[in-house]
Each structure stands twice: as C-alpha cells, then as structure tokens.
Design a protein around this ligand. Structure first.
Ligand code: NAI
Ligand code: MG
Length: 499
C-alpha cells in the first residue's frame, strides 16, 4: 500500500495470480467511517472480470500444479499462509479499521486469531479419509473418495471481512477447491492486502482470486456463473434469499449465514454484574454490527427495573471516538446507508411506543467528529411483536423485553424468524441445560456471549442460514463423495438384472 498524504490509495484486483484493473478501468471510493471521507479507490469489477476469475479458478482446479499437490503439501501451504497472517495481523487490522471503523482492539485480535483457521484446516487437509465398505455382495470391492467440488464463490460482508473469509477459504482450500472471493463494496481493501500474503505463501495462480465491486454488478455474475459449484455467503437475509434463488437455477450448493435477532436472556438468579457485561457485549461491542448481536435482551420481571438501571449506568460510561485508539469502546457505524438504516430503526421503535432509557439518536459528542456515530441506545417497554424486536437493525440499539418464567423466556426467545444465537444468564444448572435444549439457535452461550472458535460449529437455525462453518465436520461442506465399485468376479453375471 502506498500512502501519499492527501491522495487516495489505488488498489488492483487479484485474478489468476496477477494484479489487474477491472475490464472497465473504473474504480469506486472506499470511505473511512471515522472521518466520513474516502481514503481508497477500489476496482469496480463486473461480469467480464468475474468470468476471467472463474475461468482462472476452474483452470487451476483441473490443470497445473494445484490438483497435483499432495494433501500434505496443500496443508503446508495453508500453514505457511497462517504464519504470514500472524506476522502481518496488526497491519491487516489497521486496514480493516480504516474501512469498517470497528475497534482496532477487536480487529487486531480477530486478524491474529484468524491464523488458527489456516493452521487447523491446513492440518485437516491430509486427514480426509474415505472408507472401505463391507459390501453385502460377493466379489466386489467398494470404497469412497471425498473429492473437492471445484470453483467456490465466496461473498463476504463488511463487518469482519478477513475472519469471515477464513471460515470459507481455509476449509475450501484444504479440501482441494479453488475460489473466487467477492468482498463487500464497503470494505474491500483488507482482502486485497491479504491477497499479497496468499501470493507470498506460494499458492499457484488461479487458486485464490478476488473480484471487487458491487453486489448486483460483481456478486450476481459470480452466483450465476455456470462454472461455479458452490456459493458460500455471509450477509443479510434479504441478499441471502436472492442468492439462494439464483443458485437454485444452476442447482448450486450454498452455505449461508444470514444474521439474526438473538435473545440474550437474564434470569433473576444470574450473577448480575456479569450479566450486565454480557448484555453490553451482546449489543454495543462492534457497535452492534455483528450477526450474533444479542439485540433482544430478555430480563426476568422480578429484576427488570434494577437490572436496566445497572445496564444504563454501565452503558453510559462507554467511550466513543477514534476506533484506532485502544481505549475507545464504541466506534462509528460502517457506512452511510447503514448509519441511516440504524437511525431509521430508532425512529420506528419510538413510533411503536417504546421507552428510550439511553441514547436514541446520532452521537454529537466532540470526539465523534464527522464520523457516522450513533449513541448507544436502550429501549424498554418493548413488545416482542414490534418491528424493533423482530428485524435485524445491525447497530447499537437494544430492545429490552420482560419475561415471567422459563416457559415465557423460551416462547419469547423463539418467537422470531431467526435462530443464529442465544445467551442465557443463570447460576442454576438444570435451567442452563433446559434453555440450551429448548432455544432454537445454532449457538447457545451460557454465562458468556459472543465467543467463536475454529473448533466449534457455527451457523443458523431457521432463517439465519443453511449449513455450518468451523469445526472438523465442516470440511465436508466443501467435498462430495464418490462411491467406487470394483468387481473381482471372473465372469459378468446375467446382464439383464440389477446387481
Ligand atoms: P448484503 O448482504 O447486501 O451484502 C453482503 C455481500 O453480498 C456484499 O459483498 C455484497 O456486495 C453482496 N451482494 C449484495 N447483493 C448481491 C446480489 N444480488 N448477488 C450477489 N451478491 C450480492 O449486506 P450489506 O448491503 O452490506 O448490508 C445490508 C444489511 O445486511 C445490514 O444492514 C445488516 O443488517 C445486514 N448484514 C448482516 C451481516 C451478517 O453478518 N449477518 C453482515 C453485513 C450486513
Ligand atoms: Mg469503507
């Protein structure tokens, strides 16, 4: 990256092992949400660029070095990439912060942790074993092979660009696929910096490609391209449905992680100070811009007022400002449309008759400058049927809903189209297990919140998604199984009947 004070950094895309402009030679601006000003120029890719990238990926899948590499060598490449990431994690985080305004404290921890995905799936690359089937037919040897799918299209959102890419890229490559990544138009720069590490690690040309651009211009042609075998998507539920429909026309596989409206449930027997922190991390961490946000806080009636008072007192102390500064706790909203969307939801909630007990609008604190900042907002008197309790806001806006008992908490918690995550705060073990069983969510946290690992499966129930990411089993999402039959019989039997 060459930064000349006052000028925009101009990026190129990475296709077939080369740094290129888009066919149209056009660029678009990427903004820094802390200043509200553009800082980089990103190539505006379109259908022709996608076609080049997919063809390169298909060629790399079928010919040349990549399909000839042993799985152990593939794993070694992935682990080398992990080392390069670990070495450059601070720099990658800085670029992410410039683009999406999330805290450097969080992004640098994410980019450092991200190396583990490449180590872990690198280690799995040579442990993909088929089976010999004890067949019920004489003179036949039957075994399975787990083979890669081909070209994977990965479509990535802006909130954690490189980490969410790692969740797809590491297993896809470990399984032997090739890939075309389309990052978000709001945060593409870190992906392009990351490609320099992919190049340095020594992946053959065409194995990993990046096409930047807007959803309809670069995302749609990737989903529709006949040589793409699978789409791995993280983003909004509206876009997810469009992609699912388009993928269905080509009978492509999909994996989708589509966000949620997760209940964070506090019982009256909880450690209250911990639960307050849990509520905060559920909604104000990452400025609420996280698919797993605990955006519905369900509080047992008996402690409701006391709990809300403590929560508001804690949230009031949250320091806003420069996301690069290590003592900042709440940064800006990532982009202007998102900023307007969050403010609009605040208006919707107010018109639905909620009570505003904290925030409730733009942040005009001097430390927020011209950035896209929203005040941490807490609404009480929320009914679960209100839009503010049913729709994903993706901002620092919390809807507090009272509940009576366990059954009521389960009913309210599950009464939503989403099912990505849930939090439970209690010291009662029976209650913890009961809630973990009855809540319809892909992840349930008890006495903790917003924790993820490369080792543990992640994904959504209901409208929060299809498929899982992370963990050992998930490499199968990038493989297909072949059954091989070898006859050892001397003679072919009666050819007119099935064997
Ligand atoms: P989005 O879901 O529209 O975008 C995600 C990715 O999909 C981007 O790379 C985008 O360019 C691409 N895309 C958009 N339309 C496409 C299409 N028709 N075909 C193929 N690719 C397409 O999310 P966006 O616009 O960045 O944010 C909108 C809302 O999505 C947010 O307000 C938030 O509620 C939600 N969101 C949820 C995330 C999650 O992790 N669940 C992450 C980011 C946003
Ligand atoms: Mg940006």
């Amino acid at each position: 990256m060459d930064t000349i004070a006052g000028t925009l950094v101009t990026y190129q895309m990475y296709i077939d092992g080369r740094w290129v402009d888009s066919v149209s030679s056009q660029h678009f601006e990427s903004h820094n949400p802390y200043t509200g000003k553009p800082w980089a120029l990103i190539p505006r890719g379109g259908a022709e660029d996608v076609d080049r990238a997919v063809r390169a990926a298909r060629k790399a899948f079928t010919t040349g070095e990549w399909p000839k590499l042993t799985p152990s060598k593939r794993g070694a490449l992935l682990r080398k990439l992990g080392d390069l990431i670990a070495d450059k994690s601070g720099f990658l985080a800085e670029i992410e912060v410039r683009d999406n305004g999330k805290l450097f404290a969080e992004m640098s921890a994410q980019t450092a942790y991200m190396a583990q995905w490449y180590y872990y799936y690198g280690g799995l690359a040579d442990k993909i074993e088929g089976a010999v089937i004890p067949l019920d037919k004489p003179d036949t040897f039957n075994y399975t092979r787990h083979e890669p799918l081909g070209v994977i299209g990965a479509i990535i959102p802006w909130n954690s660009p490189l980490l969410l890419t790692a969740w797809k890229l590491a297993p896809a490559l470990a399984a032997g696929n090739t890939i075309v990544v389309k990052p978000s138009e709001f945060a593409s720069a870190s992906m392009l910096e990351f490609m320099k590490l992919v190049e340095q690690a020594g992946f053959p040309a065409g194995v990993v490609n990046v096409v930047t651009g807007f959803g309809p211009e670069a995302g749609t042609p990737l989903v529709e391209h006949p040589l793409v075998a699978k789409i791995a998507f993280t983003g909004s539920d509206a876009t997810g449905r469009k992609i699912y429909e388009a993928a269905a026309r080509g009978l492509k596989r999909v994996s989708m992680e589509l966000g949620g409206k997760s209940p964070n449930i506090v019982f009256d027997d909880a450690e209250i100070d911990n639960a307050v922190k849990g509520a905060i991390s559920g909604i104000f961490a990452a400025t609420g811009q996280t698919c797993i946000a605990g955006s519905r806080l369900l509080v047992q009636q008996s402690i409701h007022d006391r709990f809300v008072e403590k929560l508001v007192a804690f949230a009031k102390t949250a320091k806003m400002g420069d996301p690069m500064s290590l003592d900042t706790q709440v940064g800006p909203v990532t982009n202007l449309p998102q900023y307007n969307k969050v403010l609009n939801y605040i208006d919707i909630a107010k018109s639905e008759g909620v009570q505003t007990v904290l925030g409730g609008g733009k942040a005009t604190r001097p430390e927020c400058g011209d950035g896209w900042f929203v005040e941490p907002t807490i609404f009480t008197a929320v009914k679960n049927s209100m839009r503010i309790a049913q729709e994903e806001v993706f901002g620092p806006v919390l809807a507090v809903i009272p509940f009576k008992d366990e059954e009521d908490a389960i009913a309210i918690g599950n009464d939503v189209v989403f099912g990505l995550a849930a939090g439970v705060w209690t010291q009662n073990m029976r209650r913890a297990f009961l809630m973990a069983e009855r809540l319809q969510a892909g992840t349930v946290w008890v006495n903790t919140y917003r924790a993820v690992s490369y080792l543990s499966p992640f994904g959504g129930y209901k409208r929060s998604g299809l498929g899982r990411e992370n963990g050992q089993e998930m490499i199968k999402e990038y493989l297909q199984t072949k059954s091989v039959w070898i006859s050892t019989a001397k003679e072919v039997p009666n050819p007119f009947v099935m064997r």
